[in-house]
Design a binder for this molecule. Structure first.
Ligand code: ADP
Length: 397
C-alpha cells in the first residue's frame, strides 16, 4: 500500500509517504511558518532505490489549504502520488468517542470538531488538514489516528478526577492522556525486540521530548498515564509545569493579579525547565551545569525527581515491572537523565549499565545490566510510522 501520513499543526504541516511492503519512505517533509511573511518548506524524496533529493524554499504559505496544495503539487510533480491508497491524519484529541483509529466521514469530522474545546490549539489545525485533504483527494480513504485513543483503556479509577460527576458529564472534565501514538509504537516495538508477547509484559514507557509523559502498560493496554485532560499534567516538561497544586493558578489570579490567559501562558509556555532555569533544551541545561549554574542543576534535579516518582508509582499500579522504556528527544539521547532516573531503583529491579547507557547507537538497544530484573530499553519513537501502520489496519478491516 501507499500511505501518506499528515501531521497538521497550528503553524506547520509535516508529511511522510510510505510504501508499506518494506515500510520504505518515498518522501517526507515539512511546510512551516504557515501564515507568516516568509515560509519554511523542506522536502526530501526518493528518485531511485538508493538516491534521494532534497529541496528547501521560503515562499510564503498563507494557510493550511495553501500548505497542502503545495505539498500535493510537489509530490505530484515527482509522480509520487500515483496509486495512493490512503491518507492517515494525526488528530490530537479524540475525547471519549474514539478508542481506535477510524475511517473519516462526516460524522467523524463533526465529532473531532465537538471535542475541539478540549484541545483548542490542536484539533482545529488537525481538522483543517483533514478538510483540505478530503477536498483534494475525494477518492482516497482517509483515516484519523488519535493521540488520546491508546489511553481509552484506562480504568475509571485512573481517569476520573475527584470532582463531582456533573463536570465530567457536562464538560468532559476527566483525564485523557496524550502521546498515545508514541507509547503504542514503542511498547509494541519493545515487545517485538525482546521476542516476548506484548500480552505478558508490564511496562513503563517514558516519552521525554519537549512535551513529556509516562504510561503504565499492562499486556499492551494502557492502565495509567501522566497527562490529564490536557497535556499540562504530570512530568516536568520543556515549558510546561506538569503537576502542581491546583490552588496555585487560583492563588496567582487572586494575589498576583494574573488573568486566566496569563496563567495559561505561564503554565504552558514559561514553566517546566524554562521556568526553572531559562531554557527548555536539556543539552543547554547540561552546558549551564558545567558552567556552574545552580538554577540549571536544580532544574535537572526537579526533572529527574518527578520521573523517579512516577516510575515508582507506576510500578505500584502495575504490581510488577518487566520493561522500562526511554523514548523521544531526551529519552533517546540524554544518558545523564537516564542514569539519574534509574540510579538507586534496585528495589524495583532496575539495574542500569553505565557503559551501555553511555554508548551511542541507533535503533532499539538495552542499557540494563545483565543481572537487571527489568529490561531497560532505549526505543526510538516513530509516530509517522505508527500512524501509517494504524491506517493500513483500518483499511484492511
Ligand atoms: P518534540 O516534543 O518537540 O517532538 P523531541 O522529541 O524532538 O521533541 O525532543 C526535543 C528535546 O529533546 C529538546 O528540547 C532537547 O531538550 C532534547 N534533546 C534532543 N537531542 C538531545 C541530546 N542529544 N541530548 C539531550 N537532549 C536532547
Amino acid at each position: 500500500m501507499k500511505i501518506l501520513v499528515l501531521n497538521s499543526g497550528s503553524s506547520s504541516v509535516k508529511y511522510r509517504l510510505y510504501e508499506t511492503r518494506a515500510w520504505s519512505v518515498l518522501a517526507e517533509g515539512r511546510i512551516g511558518r504557515i501564515g507568516e511573511p516568509a515560509g519554511d518548506a523542506w522536502h526530501r524524496w526518493r528518485v531511485a532505490a538508493d538516491t534521494t533529493r532534497e529541496s528547501r524554499d521560503v515562499e510564503p504559505v498563507s494557510d493550511h489549504e495553501a500548505a497542502l496544495g503545495r505539498l500535493t503539487q510537489h509530490l505530484e510533480t515527482q509522480g509520487l502520488l500515483e496509486g495512493l491508497d490512503a491518507i492517515g491524519h494525526r488528530v490530537v484529541h479524540g475525547g471519549e468517542r474514539f478508542h481506535c483509529p477510524v475511517r473519516i466521514d462526516e460524522a467523524v469530522v463533526d465529532a473531532i470538531a465537538e471535542v475541539a474545546p478540549l484541545a483548542p490549539l490542536h484539533n482545529p489545525a488537525n481538522l483543517a488538514g483533514i478538510e483540505v485533504a478530503r477536498h483534494l483527494f475525494p477518492e482516497v480513504a482517509q483515516v484519523a489516528v488519535f493521540d488520546t485513543a491508546f489511553h481509552q483503556t484506562l480504568p475509571p479509577a485512573a481517569w476520573r478526577y475527584a470532582l463531582p460527576d456533573e463536570l465530567h458529564a457536562r464538560y468532559g472534565v476527566r483525564r485523557y492522556g496524550f502521546h498515545g501514538i508514541s507509547h503504542a509504537h514503542v511498547t509494541r516495538a519493545a515487545a517485538r525486540w525482546l521476542g516476548r508477547p506484548l500480552e505478558d509484559l508490564a511496562m513503563v514507557s517514558l516519552h521525554l521530548g519537549n512535551g513529556a509523559s509516562a504510561a503504565a502498560v499492562a499486556g499492551g493496554r494502557c492502565v495509567e498515564t501522566s497527562m490529564g485532560m490536557t497535556p499540562l499534567e504530570g512530568l516536568v516538561m520543556g515549558t510546561r509545569s506538569g503537576d502542581l497544586d491546583p490552588a496555585v493558578p487560583l492563588f496567582l489570579q487572586r494575589q498576583a493579579g494574573m488573568d486566566a490567559g496569563a496563567v495559561d501562558r505561564l503554565l504552558n509556555h514559561e514553566s517546566g525547565l524554562t521556568g526553572l532555569c531559562g531554557t527548555n533544551d536539556l543539552r543547554e541545561v547540561h552546558r549551564r551545569i558545567e558552567a556552574g549554574d545552580p538554577d540549571a542543576r536544580l532544574a535537572l534535579e526537579v526533572y529527574c525527581h518527578r520521573l523517579r516518582k512516577y516510575i515508582g508509582a507506576y510500578a505500584a499500579v502495575l504490581g510488577r515491572l518487566d520493561v522500562l522504556i526511554f523514548t523521544a528527544g531526551v529519552g533517546e539521547n540524554d544518558a545523564e537523565v537516564r542514569q539519574r532516573v534509574c540510579d538507586g531503583l534496585d528495589l524495583l529491579g532496575i539495574g542500569l549499565d553505565a557503559r551501555r547507557n553511555r554508548a551511542a547507537g541507533g535503533g532499539i538497544r538495552s542499557i540494563a545490566r545483565s543481572d537487571s530484573a527489568v529490561a531497560v530499553l532505549v526505543v526510538p519513537t516513530d509516530e509517522e510510522r505508527e500512524i501509517a501502520r494504524a491506517t493500513r489496519e483500518v483499511l484492511r478491516a
